[in-house]
Ligand binder design. Structure first.
Ligand code: COA
Length: 260
């Protein structure tokens, strides 16, 4: 039963994770988070998976955030435990070594928006809305939203969104840089696949190293960030893929990377 809550489908070198509770707008219940964390732990160690996509079932919502029906059954201690779990889940997503794409097939509110914020790239259905609406429920974003959103769009926009519990339409989300691109209505899967294809044309170990260089360096002083970048570069110097890219360039052909 819990396996149905989040589906894992492998398409070539990409792993697609689908939140699969469309009747509850893919809300994040505790069992859903547990299933998602188990899959993330599997993918994290999987050298054959070069890109991870997160999406949702149905056409209404990517994810409506924390399961508010389940929440009503929780006492204060259980709420605190849930918040720890959802935060850890988003941290697991952010810590995946592979590049990640949030393919938002519909609305993304609260924890759904936070899930997208933990990904590297975001594409949103042109008819969908997105926001960190927690303050309207007398709580705050607690799965990284208060930390990740201002780093993405700046504190001014983040404060406007969070304090006013704003639901941005797709154009607004694109304009402020919250999402990288919009998909035609109902076409987010195709748009995400295009992004995956573009990623997969690049060296998979280089993608991991570049992600690490950016994420690991972001909050460091410049000198340390540059040293971190240098250590990430060092990791890819001995790789066969680097030599393959040079050979392909010389031979005027597309490189074929193997992830080693
Ligand atoms: N937790 C639990 N159930 C949820 C849910 C959530 N976060 N969001 C939606 N659902 C349930 C609804 O209660 C409804 O259940 P019912 O059929 O038993 O009545 C079902 O999903 C469909 O919801 P509905 O609102 O009718 O769907 P919609 O397609 O018209 O709208 C949303 C979708 C996502 C825009 C809307 O459901 C919504 O705004 N949800 C709340 C989002 C939110 O505030 N999240 C912040 C959490 S911190």
């Amino acid at each position: 039963m819990t396996e149905e809550l989040v589906l894992l489908e492998r398409r070539g070198r990409a792993a697609w994770l689908t939140l699969n509770r469309p009747e509850a707008r893919n809300a994040l219940s505790l069992p859903t988070l547990q299933r998602l964390r188990a899959l993330l732990a599997e993918l994290r160690e999987d050298a054959e998976t070069w890109v991870v996509v997160l999406t949702g079932s149905g056409d209404k919502a990517f994810c409506a955030g924390a399961d508010l029906k389940e929440r009503r059954t929780f006492d204060e201690q259980q709420v605190a435990e849930f918040v720890r779990t959802i935060r850890a889940t988003m941290d697991d997503v952010a810590a995946l070594p592979q590049p990640t794409v949030a393919a938002m097939n519909g609305a993304a509110f609260g924890g759904g928006c936070e899930l997208a914020l933990a990904c590297d790239l975001r594409v949103l259905d042109a008819s969908a809305s997105i926001g960190l609406t927690e303050t309207s429920l007398a709580i705050i974003p607690g799965a990284g939203g208060c930390a990740r959103l201002p780093r993405l769009v700046g504190a001014a926009v983040a404060k406007e969104m969070i304090l006013m519990a704003k639901r941005l339409d797709a154009d607004e989300a694109l304009d402020c840089g919250l999402v990288h691109r919009l998909a035609e209505v109902g076409e987010v899967g195709d748009a995400a696949q295009e992004m995956v294809d573009a990623l997969l044309r690049n060296g998979p170990l280089a993608l991991r190293a570049a992600k690490d260089a950016i994420d690991g360096g972001m909050d460091l002083p410049m000198e340390q960030a540059l040293a971190h970048e240098a250590s990430c570069y060092q990791r890819i110097i001995p790789t066969a893929d680097r030599l393959e890219a040079l050979a392909a360039f010389a031979e005027k052909r597309r490189p074929e990377f193997e992830g080693r």
